[in-house]
Design a protein around this ligand. Structure first.
Ligand code: 26Q
Length: 858
């Protein structure tokens, strides 16, 4: 681009066109006789991406130079997952290059939209937590906050899902780097050594194995700012490329063995969004990226402030995204003590000011607990450190506990008095008896007995994170309350000041402005400004038009166009024709029992039965519906896989039944991912967020749907509650037990309950009697929600919530028949969604936890 004398490429269409041609020829190496007209979209995409990359890098370099020079406090977002999706359109829009770039591309004989579709989707995450990290770094850049994301450059991301002819989920590897990745900058000069295994002698760790972590930087452009942040991802490489001796001896396998072992660490994302514990490779991954990231930060800190470690908490804060990076507590301690020579107390004081922790789940089985044996073998020095943290932590509570025991004479009778009493006389006599203080302290233990295995201790990583952090937060108001009452109750009681809420948010750029350009244009036209893209609270200005019939008509036209786009997408992916007049009902998220896709499909089975038994008059009254599902089941999660199959089987039967016609269509979109979400969400009119109350920490797609004017049917769970507050609870189809009812039900009421809804029974009967085939296969799935059979069944309350769910669905149908009222509510959803911008979330993190302030180039 003849660039960059002033560090800024030229952005007029002609310069961009010339630059793309240049890149096609020299960066991509396309055959010159085929430039520009004889190339496929994939190749042209690469040429265009190479040009956009120049703009990104120019602004990236200026931002990073400025930050290096200004030396502000940085936040480092440590996350095992960043679910980025595609980058081209986002980069072009954020850099405000869309106009001239489209023109240049047109001149070359191509279309920007087609090129956007040629990009591979960067799926380095499972679902909500990974996508949240991606939204957060977008907002950090947009708010000019000095901050980097740190994670793993997985060679294979989230598996690709195919659905076979019988309706089974099939998992295929996600080979996303085959065409190269134009958005990353390899940094072969930035490497760190990461050790594993070995021994500890007098506090000195000698690892038996070492690998190299190599940095790749991914520039993250903000919107309406010149700030471009950074996502630094680590790749694992062998310390020694090649064992030449082994090679010379003819042992070729051995010669490459070390390479393979090292590369395994960053090879593949664990595709289970709940549990995968005890797997040493997973712990290796966690330590690998955490150690590289902290070493990197400390190295830069030392360059500026050699020796002045007390200053570290004023220059850096690490936000730990769930427990996945919580080995950071021990690693920061190790580096400060063993490498930098600090004493324990100084290091511990610094550590506790430099780390913060976000929890994303209350499901007990999803809380990471590492067997001491596994962690101690892989990271022996870290085990020592964790052990000492555990001791010191419990010691620090002793006085409090003693006081508590003394003040509750009934709870701990004679013993407490004795323990508090004078001398050692009794001690000997009592040797066999438990010390009441020790007993009371047990529940605070970071290292505890494994409830599932005798004599096998585990490290509770969430407890380690809570103790090592300056702040602990949940991700929605209700979730932040629940963690204080349940999993962290004891910790909350002794340090209430640490606990906070930070309700999640999503970037309004990707999730409204860029994915729904027609709606965005209508909003901008109506509000008279596009400032809402960064100031989403301005969306509230739409409220005054909610009753305006002319505006409603425009709103409907836009929604209809999005439904058409969605229908085309499904046609091209699955060959299925979807009519665009019915209500578009969407449930897209990971497949989980707690998310209750089962409840949705059961109600659809009953709907099918109703259609089959309806008179022509009754049929004429029915509200036609298209039901769309999408989501991946973890590969070893059998119940989830059966639900996927059930949805597909029901869809196959319903869609081919001539009695049904356009009254009901059920599709399961294979391989749900970020770029599909960008089409599904704008096209949806109703979305389902129907988790058992108290189980979904927040949910974030609910926010995306709300922004796009999609109504919600949902439980009072996670962020649904706050969305209802912002958009009007009367505008949401709320149903089901709430979080306080659920435990009461589980413990008592269910035992007497026999009031199955006859429609629920009918739906199950249809499965049992073979309407969808495979009765044997679906047998245990059916039994799992049959409360009567076993008091442990139906943990997620599908049966007792069914009746109220059906009531809410009836309301949906009724309201859809009144298009003006439906549209009015749709407008109110978008108008009320301003709070759910990740800019708001990140601003709160910055002010209330991180103490990081914007640093913008003049
Ligand atoms: C753990 C151990 C071993 C292997 C994998 C994992 C693992 C990986 C991913 C555990 C959990 C996850 C992802 C969890 C997740 O996505 N949680 C969601 O986070 C969202 C953002 O806060 C919330 O909105 C959702 O409610 C929550 O389910």
């Amino acid at each position: 681009n003849g660039a960059a004398l002033d560090g800024k490429p030229k952005s007029d269409p002609a310069s961009i066109e010339a630059d793309v041609l240049q890149n096609l020829e020299f960066t991509i190496g396309a055959p010159s006789n085929k430039i520009p007209n004889g190339l496929d979209d994939k190749t042209v995409y690469r040429g265009v991406a190479a040009s956009v990359r120049e703009f990104l890098i120019a602004a990236f370099n200026r931002t990073q130079d400025y930050w290096r020079d200004q030396d502000p406090k940085f936040v480092y977002y440590l996350s095992a997952e960043f679910l980025m999706g595609r980058s081209l359109l986002n980069a072009v829009q954020n850099l405000e290059l869309t106009g001239p770039l489209s023109e240049a591309i047109k001149k070359l004989g191509y279309d920007l939209e087609d090129l956007v579709d040629a990009e591979q989707n960067a799926a380095l995450g499972n679902g909500g937590l990974g996508r949240l990290a991606a939204c957060f770094i977008d907002s950090m850049a947009t708010l000019d906050l000095p901050g980097w994301g740190y994670g793993i450059r997985y060679k294979y991301g989230m598996f690709k899902q195919a659905i076979d002819a019988k309706g089974y989920q099939q998992e295929l590897p996600d080979i996303w780097l085959t065409n190269g990745n134009p958005w990353e900058i390899a940094r072969p000069e930035i490497t760190y050594k990461i050790g594993f295994y070995g021994t500890v002698d007098n506090f000195k760790w000698s690892p038996a194995e070492q690998v190299i972590a190599k940095a790749y930087d991914n520039p993250i452009p903000g919107y309406k700012t010149s700030t471009v942040g950074n996502l630094r991802l680590w790749e694992a490489l062998p310390l020694c490329e090649f064992d030449l001796d082994a090679f010379n001896e003819g042992k070729y396998d051995k010669a490459v063995e070390e390479r393979r072992k090292a590369e395994d660490i960053s090879a593949v994302l664990y595709p289970n969004d709940a549990t995968e514990y005890g797997k040493e490779l997973r712990l290796k991954q966690q330590f690998f990226f955490v150690s590289a990231s902290i070493q990197d930060v400390l190295a830069r800190f030392k360059e500026k402030h050699a020796g002045d470690w007390a200053l570290l908490p004023e220059k850096a804060i690490f936000q730990m995204n769930d427990t996945h990076p919580t080995i950071a507590v021990a690693e920061l301690m190790r580096l400060l003590i063993d490498q930098e020579g600090l004493d324990w107390d100084t290091a511990w004081g610094i550590t506790q000011k430099t780390l913060a922790f976000t929890n994303h789940t209350v499901m007990p089985e999803a809380l990471e607990k590492w067997p001491v044996k596994v962690l101690g073998k892989l990271l022996p020095r870290h085990l020592e450190i964790i052990d000492k943290i555990d001791d010191i932590w419990k010691d620090s509570l002793k006085e409090k506990i003693l006081a508590q025991i003394e003040s509750e004479p009934k709870a701990a009778p004679a013993k407490a008095a004795k323990a508090a009493a004078k001398d050692g006389e009794e001690e000997e006599a009592e040797e066999d008896e438990e010390d009441p203080v020790e007993t009371a302290l047990a529940k605070y233990g970071i290292i505890t007995e494994n409830p599932w295995e005798k004599d096998a201790k585990v490290i509770n990583m969430a407890y380690l994170a809570v103790v090592g952090s300056k702040a602990v937060n949940g991700v929605a108001a209700i979730h932040s309350e629940i963690i204080k009452d349940t999993i962290f109750k004891d910790f909350y009681e002794v340090m209430p000041e640490k606990f906070q809420n930070k309700t999640n948010g999503v970037t309004p750029r990707r999730w409204l402005a860029w994915c729904n350009p027609k709606l965005a244009a209508l909003i901008t036209e109506t509000l008279g400004t596009d400032a809402w893209i960064n100031e989403t609270t301005l969306l509230a200005g739409l409220r005054q038009y909610a009753d305006d019939k002319a505006f409603q008509a425009k709103w409907r036209t836009v929604k209809h166009a999005a439904k058409e786009k969605l229908s085309h997408k499904i046609k091209s992916l699955m060959g299925v024709d979807l009519p665009t007049d019915p209500l578009y009902d969407v449930q897209i998220k990971r497949i989980h029992e707690y998310k209750r896709q089962y409840l949705n499909i059961l109600s659809l089975i009953y709907r099918y039965h109703q259609i089959k038994t309806a008179s022509p008059e009754e049929k004429a009254e029915m509200v036609p519906r298209v039901s769309i599902f999408g989501g991946k089941a973890a590969s070893a999660y059998y119940a989830a896989k059966k639900i996927v199959r059930l949805i597909n089987r029901v869809g196959a039967v319903v869609n081919s039944d001539p009695d049904v016609g356009d009254l009901l269509k059920i599709v399961f979109v294979p391989d749900y991912n970020v770029d599909l979400a960008e089409v599904l969400i704008p096209g949806a009119e109703l979305s389902q967020h129907i988790s058992t109350a108290g189980t979904e920490a927040s949910g974030t797609s609910n926010m995306k749907f709300a922004m796009n004017g999609c109504l919600i049917i949902g439980t009072m769970d996670g962020a649904n509650i706050e969305i209802a507050q912002e958009t009007g609870k009367e505008n949401m189809f709320v149903f089901g037990m709430d979080a306080e009812d659920v435990p009461v039900w589980r413990e008592g009421k269910r035992k007497e309950w026999k009031d199955y809804d006859p429609r629920f029974v009918k739906a199950l009967d249809l499965i049992k009697s073979g309407t969808f085939g495979e009765t044997e296969y679906f047998k245990d799935l059916v039994e799992s929600i049959s409360v009567m059979n076993d008091s442990n069944n139906d943990w997620f309350l599908v049966a007792p919530d069914f009746t109220d769910y059906m009531r809410a669905q009836d309301e949906v149908d009724k309201l859809y028949a009144d298009q003006d009222e439906w549209t009015r509510r749709s407008i109110l959803y978008t108008a009320g969604s301003g709070f759910f911008s990740s800019d708001r979330t990140i601003d709160q993190y910055a002010k209330e936890i991180w103490d990081v302030v914007p640093c913008k180039q003049p």
